[in-house]
Design a binder for this molecule. Structure first.
Ligand code: NDP
Ligand code: GDR
Length: 343
């Protein structure tokens, strides 16, 4: 590759990986993507972005393969690393806490140490994808970078460990590492394991004649939901500063799962009428009385975070970052994308 700026992106087949690669290629970077299975990389997501062989390369590497990863980092000597690879699903972390910890904490810390061991810390900057989950259930309080951290599931614990190690290494070695406390961000590329995409896919399925009701857990939890495209812009901005620091990326507004469901079905022309209570609550089409939504206790969580709400003023002041997409625009984009795909 040429002498243009280079970036190494882990987790490149995920939602944020797609938007970040597009953003970096658009800025003229030489982008190196790491995936467990490079064949899973969906080039159609790059749209019209140029990605000829000189600008974009993919490598097969599991992030927990320390020797393999070290070889790649040493050979590429990237200007920037975006560590997005993760087991990112909270219920899966409850089922497999060990693997979650290996990927999200142990491997993340190894990557940080690697930069120091290779003596790249004067050259290579790293963005670590952290999460609003580290703050635990703050009962809807507005969260800032200095809010207390009370992780309440293995996923959140893994994020917390990576955060603690990175700030320690930053202080000890001068490593340029930024933790982004990312609040939920969604898009048409979101995996169906997450509630927003599950809903948009269900709306699309219903529109093409599907009859199975959408089965959900707690409808009243609230999330500070933004668009992934806006959040990857924040990741990039955070590595362009003179000094590394940690930032909240959030919209400052939250909505319930119920509101997401109502707005998503409304985008496809259906109004929901809720009937019943608790596990017996169901959402019916207000005109046809079809049963569209049901409650399934399997999707409830032992330690639920009832609401998240972030204050991104530090990112606004220091990075001039602000979310551009409203909640309504986000839901509409996801539903229309799934309707188009299934048409
Ligand atoms: P995704 O779950 O969509 O993507 C995660 C990526 O990590 C996938 O490409 C996955 O690859 C890869 N991965 C998983 N395990 C390994 C492994 N052992 N070795 C190499 N790659 C691996 O997450 P998002 O794109 O939504 O999020 C990006 C990052 O930001 C993640 O770290 C996530 O935890 C964090 N984050 C996301 C938030 C959100 O709302 N989206 C909010 C807060 C934090 P594969 O395709 O092979 O599974
Ligand atoms: P979250 O996202 O756990 O916040 O983690 P998810 O979309 O899974 O859950 C959001 C909220 O919706 C409730 N919920 C359901 N969730 C799922 N997945 N399926 C359901 O059927 C359902 N019904 C209700 C959940 O209980 C929860 O309260 C995401 C991930 O991207 C993490 O990696 C990231 O760190 C956090 O966001 C911030």
């Amino acid at each position: 590759m040429t002498d243009r700026r280079s970036a190494l992106v882990t987790g490149v087949t995920g939602q944020d990986g797609a938007y970040l690669v597009e953003l970096l290629l658009g800025k003229g970077y030489a982008v190196h993507g790491i995936a467990r299975d490079v064949a899973a990389f969906d080039y159609s997501r790059l749209g019209n972005t140029r990605y000829d062989a000189g600008e974009f390369r993919l490598y097969n590497c599991d992030i927990t393969d320390e020797a393999g990863l070290r070889k790649l980092v040493a050979a590429i000597r990237p200007d920037e690393i975006y560590n997005l690879a993760a087991q990112s699903h909270v219920p899966t972390s409850l089922a497999d806490p060990r693997r979650t910890m290996e990927i999200n904490a142990t491997a993340a810390v190894s990557l940080l140490r690697m930069i120091v061991d290779l003596e790249f810390q004067e050259h290579t900057r790293l963005f670590q994808a952290s999460s609003s989950e580290v703050f635990g259930d703050a009962s809807g309080a507005v969260l800032t970078e200095s809010s207390p951290m009370r992780p309440c599931n293995p996923y959140a614990e893994s994020r917390y460990q990576a955060y603690v190690a990175s700030t320690r290494l930053r202080a000890e070695t001068g490593l340029f590492v930024v933790n982004g406390f990312l609040f939920n961000h969604e898009s048409p590329y979101r995996s169906a394991a997450f509630v927003t995409r599950k809903i948009s896919l269900a709306v699309a399925s219903r529109a093409r004649g599907g009859r199975a009701p959408l089965r959900l857990g707690n409808l009243d939890v609230r999330r500070d939901w933004g668009h992934a495209r806006d959040y990857v812009a924040g990741m990039w901005l955070s590595l362009q500063r003179d000094q590394p620091d940690d930032y909240i990326f959030a919209t400052g507004e939250n909505h319930s799962v119920r509101e997401f469901v109502e707005f998503a079905f409304a985008t496809a022309g259906r109004r929901i009428r809720w009937q019943g209570a608790g596990l017996h609550e169901a959402g019916h089409d207000a005109e046809t009385a079809e049963r569209l939504v049901e409650i399934d206790p399997a999707f409830f969580r032992p330690h639920e975070i009832s609401a998240t709400l972030g204050d991104a003023s530090k990112a606004l002041q220091e990075l001039e970052w602000r979310p551009r997409t409203t909640f309504e625009e986000l839901v509409r984009e996801m539903v229309i994308s799934d309707l188009d795909r299934t048409r």
